[in-house]
Write a protein that binds this ligand. Structure first.
Ligand code: FRU
Length: 488
């Protein structure tokens, strides 16, 4: 019998037990990547939030650590960030440097019992092992705002200030500070811009180079919460523009919407702070679920996992500057056996078909669409489940069909077929797929289009076939890597 914990991911981060949602406090410090996360340590459903904690040297293998932040007299610990206070601008490190967490305290007004969200600090003098709440908490309150949460802080070298990006329902607010304790509002953005399908959550703001043009742009990431009238549920948009330490200016028109991921399961993603300049990359990780059904997914003693950590870049396309993403290079450490083919012709009657004995896979496929209308990569379990990744060459549409992917009936909006526009070049496309026991991540054309979806197959995957609907396509290159699990 296929046990419930068979959905435990082999190479995506998951909590040992109980509930996980947003990634929090992502910071690199003294050789360690920290991953904190929204955690309810007594249940597999959302509840009074704590910060769970894990540490890694390579972003792939994680060491679980004790809970870092517990609810206190100011309430539960909602999402937030960490920074390294290198020059002790807070005065909390007696002239040394250390870690500061900036997060939302969530409780209710004593008089009215209405929700209250205020920003607070905690600090660690021992590389994140033990944490102390700042005695002056909360440090930032806006009593007129109902939603006011998820602070993300960074050091803006040009203006020599700490900048806090934080959401307030339908807009993002920028505050600045010299000491991480006293904050002044400097501007707001977004009331009329982008998607407002749901409440704005979990912002991030950073600068990235554009290809190798020598120019840079600022990227503003905003997650938007679930809305009963949107089938997509919660998802993440981004803006490209300029930031001068005070104001964010959108390069695109107000109604132009860009999505980080076209799958259903990548939410609340934010990036690591303080990755050393020699490395220079901007790495993001998201919560691999969706508020539509997050509390009902059919996992065992744990619920919720993270996407793969991804390196972000900017690329110039016809429509303007866009974000691209690929899993961090460290993921290659997991490769073990490689099966490879080239120049394989497939039609509707003569599919490519391969039995597989590993269920943790990385698949690279360079496909010449030829005369075919649609190519499908079908991943079948030894039971009845199949998950389909397809490309429709007429519509230039990349999609995932998870309607038959296994356990789907825990929520009516889980079984679905959805996708994104992706153009072909001279009839060719590139797909790079990571298949885990609870999810599939599909990167099209070197990370220009990404789809991340949870799946819950009824049994381990045991075959892959590639087929057209009609006409002939050619697999110029096909690599199937079996991957090692990250669990010892
Ligand atoms: C996003 C979010 C945040 C909030 C946290 C609570 O998923 O709703 O806005 O801080 O989750 O767990």
């Amino acid at each position: 019998e296929f046990k419930m914990d068979s959905f435990r991911p082999g190479f995506h981060f998951s909590p040992p037990t109980h509930w996980l949602n947003d990634p929090n406090g992502l910071v690199y410090y003294e050789g360690e990547y920290h991953l904190f996360y929204q955690n309810h340590p007594f249940s597999t459903q959302w509840g009074p939030m704590h910060w769970g904690h894990a540490v890694s040297e390579n972003l792939i293998h994680w060491q679980h650590a004790p809970i870092a932040l517990f609810p206190d007299e100011h309430g539960a610990i909602f999402s937030g960030c960490c920074v390294v206070d290198w020059n002790d601008s807070s005065g909390l490190f007696e002239g040394h440097h250390g870690l500061i967490a900036i997060f939302t305290h969530a409780d209710t007004y004593p008089e009215t019992d209405q929700p209250r969200q205020r920003q607070s600090l905690a600090y660690s003098r021992d590389k994140g092992k033990t944490w102390h709440k700042y005695t002056g908490n909360p440090v930032l309150a806006e009593p007129d705002l109902v939603d006011f949460r998820d602070p993300k802080v960074f050091w803006h070298a040009e203006s020599k200030r700490w900048i806090m990006v934080i959401v307030a329902g339908d807009h993002v607010r920028f505050y600045r500070s010299e000491n991480l304790i006293d904050w002044a509002l400097v501007s707001v953005f977004g009331q009329e811009e982008g998607s407002h399908d749901g409440v704005w959550e979990c912002p991030d703001l950073f600068e990235l180079p554009i290809d190798d043009t020598g120019r840079t742009k600022w990227v503003l990431i905003i997650s938007i919460g679930d809305n009963p009238s949107c089938p997509e549920g919660s998802r993440t948009q981004y803006f490209i523009g300029e930031f001068d330490g005070v104001k964010f200016i959108n390069d695109n028109s107000a109604d132009h919407i860009m999505w980080l991921d076209y799958g259903r399961d990548n939410y609340a993603g934010v990036s690591w702070s303080d990755i050393p300049e020699e490395d220079g990359r901007r790495v993001i990780i998201g919560w691999m679920s969706n508020w539509k059904y997050a509390n009902e997914t059919p996992t065992g003693i744990w619920r919720g996992s993270m996407t793969l950590p991804r390196t972000l870049a900017l690329s110039c396309q016809d429509e303007g500057v866009v974000l691209t993403q690929m899993p961090v290079r460290e993921i290659e450490q997991l490769r073990k056996d490689l099966m490879s083919w080239s120049d394989v012709r497939v039609t509707a009657e003569t599919p490519f078909s391969q039995k597989i004995s590993d269920d943790l896979l990385e698949i690279e496929a360079d496909i010449d669409m030829g005369s075919s209308d649609e190519v499908q990569i079908i991943m079948k379990s030894s039971g009845e489940s199949e998950t389909v990744i397809g490309y429709d060459s007429m519509r230039e549409w990349l999609f995932i069909d998870r309607t038959q992917s296994g356990l789907t009936d825990f929520h009516s909006s889980f079984p679905c077929n959805h996708g994104a526009s992706m153009s072909q070049e001279n009839g060719k496309i590139k797909l790079h797929i990571w298949l885990d026991r609870n999810a599939v991540e599909v990167y099209g054309n070197d990370g220009l289009v990404v789809l991340t979806d949870q799946i819950f197959p009824d049994a381990p995957m045991d075959s892959i076939s590639i087929i057209t609907k009609s006409g002939q396509a050619k697999l110029n290159l096909l690599h199937i890597h079996a991957l090692q699990s990250i669990h010892a």
